[in-house]
Design a protein around this ligand. Structure first.
Ligand SMILES: Nc1ncnc2c1ncn2[C@@H]1O[C@H](COP(=O)(O)OP(=O)(O)OP(=O)(O)O)[C@@H](O)[C@H]1O
Ligand SMILES: [Mg+2]
Length: 396
C-alpha cells in the first residue's frame, strides 16, 4: 500500500525536487505537441494504419487519461510520446524538443533524463531489491554521485510509502507495492513528464486507488502525467480525458457534452461538426427564430437571455465549455424561446451539428435521447419560472 500522507518533496532538502522550477516563457506552457502523427505498421498481410493523423497538445501540469476500446491505438499513441516507437509521419515535440529529430541513442538518453515510464506489468528486475531497481535509471544517465544514489533512491521509496521494503525483492511485496516501486523508479531522474500504460490494469481497486492518489500528488507538485486506462472510475479523477477511436481522436467537447454515445458515435459526430465563432455580445440565436442546429460550446461562454417588452433583459443562464443549447427547439420543433448571445467577456467558439445529424444521433443513441429530454424538461421548467416572475414584475 502507498502511504496516505507523505512529506512534500520541496520541504525535504536534497531530494530531487518534484516541482518544476524552470522559468516559463511564451509558448512554454505546452509539455507535449503532437502534429498530424500517423503510424502505419507493415506486415505480411499488408499495411495497417493505427494512428490516422493525431493532433494533441498537453500543457504542463495536466493529468490526462487516454481512453479507447482495445485495439483503438492507445498504446501506440503513448509509444509515440515516449519515443519507444517512431511515427510514420508527423511531429512530436516534448518540452520544446522535437524528439524524432534525434538519433536513436540521443533519444534514449533524452528519455532517461526527461521521461518516467510506468507499465501495466511493472517490469522491475526480479533479482534486484526495490532500492536497487530505483537506482538503475540514475546509473543509466549518470545522475548524482555514485555514493549518493542509495540515499536519493530511498527518498523516492519514502514518497511512495515503501521505505520499509527497500531491501526486499519485488516478488516478496504485493502487486500494488511493486507498482509503487515502479513509479519511484520512473521518478528516479526527476523527469517532468510521466507516461503510464494501464498502470492500474493489474491491481485490485484499493491498490489502484492508492496509485491514482500518488499520481494526483505528483501532479500537484508540478509533474505532467499521461496515462492510458480502461477504468472509468479513474478518468473521473484526472483533469482531462482524451478519447481515441479507430486511430482518430474524438473531439473532447463532444465526449464531454454527449458522454452516453459510444466511441464510434462520438467520432461520427466529431467528423460532421461545423465550427463557428461569435464575437463578444454577438447574437447567436434570436427569440422566435427557427433553430436549425444543435450547438456545443468549445471555448468561451454564452448568455441565454429573456427580453421583456420594456427591453429589460433577464439572464436565464450562462453556459460554458462542454454545455450545449438549441436542443429545446430541435426536440420540440418550435421557434427559439430565448435570445442566445456570446458573453461580453470574450469571443465564443461553437461546434454546430445540423438538425438532420442531431436527429440521427438521437435515433442511434436512446440513452443520449433520454438525457437530452431530461435537460429539455429541466430547462423549460426554469424558463417558465423566470417568465412568470417577469410577468409579476410587470404587473407590479
Ligand atoms: N508492432 C506492431 N505491428 C503490427 N501491428 C501492431 C503493432 N503494434 C500494434 N499493432 C496493432 O495496432 C492496433 C492498435 O494497437 P494498440 O496496442 O495501440 O491498441 P490499444 O488501444 O493499446 O489496445 P489495448 O487496450 O488492447 O491495449 C492493433 O490492431 C494492433 O494489433
Ligand atoms: Mg494497449
Amino acid at each position: 500500500m502507498v502511504a496516505a500522507s507523505r512529506v512534500p518533496a520541496a520541504l525535504t532538502p536534497g531530494l530531487p525536487t518534484l516541482t518544476s522550477t524552470r522559468p516559463r516563457g511564451r509558448g512554454e506552457d505546452e509539455m507535449i505537441q503532437m502534429r498530424d502523427v500517423v503510424k502505419t505498421f507493415k506486415n505480411a498481410a499488408g499495411e495497417f494504419t493505427v494512428l490516422k493523423g493525431i493532433d494533441l497538445a498537453i500543457k504542463r501540469g495536466e493529468f490526462v487519461a487516454i481512453v479507447g476500446k482495445s485495439g483503438s491505438g492507445k498504446s501506440t499513441l503513448l509509444n509515440m510520446i515516449t519515443g519507444i516507437d517512431h511515427p510514420t509521419g508527423g511531429q512530436v515535440v516534448i518540452g520544446g524538443t522535437d524528439i524524432y529529430k534525434m538519433t536513436e541513442s540521443q533519444r534514449s538518453l533524452w528519455r532517461g533524463k526527461n521521461l518516467g515510464i510506468v507499465f501495466q506489468f511493472f517490469q522491475l528486475l526480479p533479482m534486484l531489491t526495490l532500492l536497487e531497481n530505483v537506482m538503475l535509471p540514475m546509473d543509466y544517465v549518470g545522475l548524482y554521485d555514485f555514493d549518493e544514489r542509495p540515499k536519493k533512491a530511498m527518498q523516492l521509496l519514502e514518497i511512495v510509502g515503501l521505505e520499509k521494503q527497500a531491501h526486499t525483492l519485488p516478488l516478496a511485496v504485493s502487486t500494488g507495492q511493486q507498482q509503487a516501486a515502479a513509479i519511484a523508479r520512473a521518478l528516479a531522474t526527476d523527469p517532468p513528464l510521466l507516461a503510464a500504460d494501464e498502470p492500474t490494469g493489474n491491481l485490485d481497486s484499493r491498490a489502484a486507488d492508492a496509485i491514482i492518489d500518488l499520481f494526483q500528488e505528483l501532479v500537484e507538485n508540478g509533474k505532467t502525467i499521461v496515462m492510458v486506462t480502461h477504468d472509468p472510475s479513474i478518468t473521473a479523477r484526472t483533469s482531462r480525458t482524451v478519447t481515441i477511436s479507430d486511430g482518430i481522436l474524438v473531439n473532447e467537447i463532444v465526449a464531454q457534452a454527449l458522454p452516453l454515445l459510444n466511441h464510434s458515435q462520438m467520432l461520427g459526430i466529431t467528423r460532421t461538426l461545423e465550427r463557428r465563432v461569435y464575437q463578444p455580445g454577438e447574437n447567436i440565436i434570436r427569440r422566435d427564430e427557427h433553430v436549425e442546429h444543435f450547438f456545443m460550446i468549445e471555448h468561451g461562454e454564452v448568455d441565454i437571455v429573456l427580453q421583456g417588452k420594456r427591453r429589460d433583459d433577464e439572464l436565464l443562464a450562462r453556459l460554458g465549455p462542454g454545455d450545449y443549447f438549441g436542443e429545446i427547439e430541435l426536440v420540440r420543433g418550435g421557434k427559439s424561446i430565448a435570445n442566445v448571445r456570446a458573453a461580453v467577456e470574450g469571443p465564443v467558439e461553437l461546434l454546430a451539428l445540423s438538425r438532420a445529424d442531431f436527429n440521427q444521433m438521437l435515433d442511434e443513441s436512446p440513452l443520449t435521447q433520454d438525457a437530452i429530454s431530461n435537460v429539455v424538461q429541466e430547462r423549460l421548467k426554469e424558463h417558465k419560472a423566470v417568465d412568470r416572475r417577469k410577468k409579476w414584475k410587470l404587473l407590479g
